[in-house]
Write a protein that binds this ligand. Structure first.
Ligand code: PMV
Length: 326
């Protein structure tokens, strides 16, 4: 009745922003991401008959009441699948600093799903696991399969799932996470997405996505970094245009974010092939090929306002491990 899983966070090349169904966490568009090898969550789940309630804790940080409630709701779903009414002890830890500004919900709900399903001896396929993880946190479904992953938007719960486009070793891409503000973001993604339909730019975004997905997949098939990078930046800027035109507007970027975005364009003009993407926060992800790592680290040294950096390479998805946390 006990199992432990590890799962990576992921960075989206084409972003998920907006839900078609809030409860089922169905997205308004498909998305594609890469698993981040240096940003993982490990979670141990043990179901025990004698427990009177779920005991949920995190090794290095404290979960808020709301976070614990969301984990409990997810455990209820898994208990219901197993037809079992028994509470659990859950202990979790992130290998990236809690103050890194990295959202741990993707790696967190992926690890929780895999560990809880195994602890209850439920037999789910990878596709079913992605559907389950999605119900905890949308982007968590992309942390289940290996490497480079597509989340198909689908038109119902069973058809909104994720699968691996390519294994981690397919392409020597790096993601350098540049932390410029380690505080928790002001507006959570859940809250931010609630008002997505107030943006007059949402429909334009949704119309553009199918062609953008095609260009992204073509670029990945050809390992064409330039075309890939152009699509990544285009989609990032498009998502932020939607965010900023929502009511109330969401401004996630700060002055250092903008300085880095400008610097990236300058570095490209100097011949360094590097592209940026930004999620719902001010931190910047730089995407490039491994051979350019040293040049990029050197160039980044000159930028003011960088608090920390985390270098990621493409990683496997969520999996069971033998070392329990308790
Ligand atoms: O699943 P959530 O609530 O963590 O939403 C993730 C949203 C973005 O990070 C902004 C984009 C994405 O696709 O990861």
């Amino acid at each position: 009745m006990k199992a432990t899983a590890i799962a990576p966070a992921n960075i989206a090349f084409i972003k998920y922003w907006g839900k078609a169904d809030t409860k089922l966490r169905l997205p308004v568009n498909s998305s594609v991401s890469m698993n981040l090898g240096s940003c993982t969550t490990t979670t141990t789940v043990e179901f025990r008959q004698e427990l009177k309630k779920d005991e949920i804790s995190c090794l290095k940080e404290d979960f808020s009441f709301k976070e614990k409630q969301r984990i409990r709701t997810h455990l209820d779903l898994i208990r219901c699948k197993a037809g079992l009414m028994c509470f659990a002890s859950v202990l979790t830890t992130n290998n990236f600093p809690g103050s890194s500004g990295v959202a741990s919900s993707a790696s967190g709900f992926a690890a929780l799903s895999v560990a809880a399903v195994s602890a209850l001896n439920l037999k789910l396929s990878e596709k079913e696991l992605t559907v389950l993880a999605r119900l905890g946190s949308g982007s968590a479904c992309r942390s289940i399969p290996d490497g480079f992953v597509e989340w198909v938007k689908g038109d119902g719960s069973g058809s909104s799932y994720a699968y691996s486009l390519y294994p981690p070793g397919y392409w020597d891409l790096c993601d350098l996470l540049v932390i410029v503000d380690s505080r928790t973001k002001k507006v959570s993604t859940t809250k931010g997405m609630e008002t997505v339909r107030t943006s007059p730019l949402l429909n334009k975004r949704l119309l553009a996505i199918p062609d953008r997905m095609k260009r992204l997949k073509d670029a990945m098939a050809k390992k064409d970094l330039r075309s890939l990078g152009e699509v990544i930046e285009e989609d990032c800027l498009d998502m932020h245009a939607v965010m900023q035109s929502q009511t109330p507007p969401l401004y996630y970027r700060n002055e250092t974010t903008k300085r880095i975005m400008e610097a990236v364009v300058g570095w490209r003009n100097e011949g360094i092939p590097v592209y940026f993407t930004i999620d719902a926060g001010p931190n910047v992800h730089l995407i490039f090929e491994g051979k350019d790592k040293d040049r990029i680290l050197h160039a980044l040294n000159k930028i003011k306002g960088v608090e920390n950096i985390i270098l990621n390479i493409p990683a496997s998805g969520a999996r069971l491990i033998n070392e329990d946390l308790f």
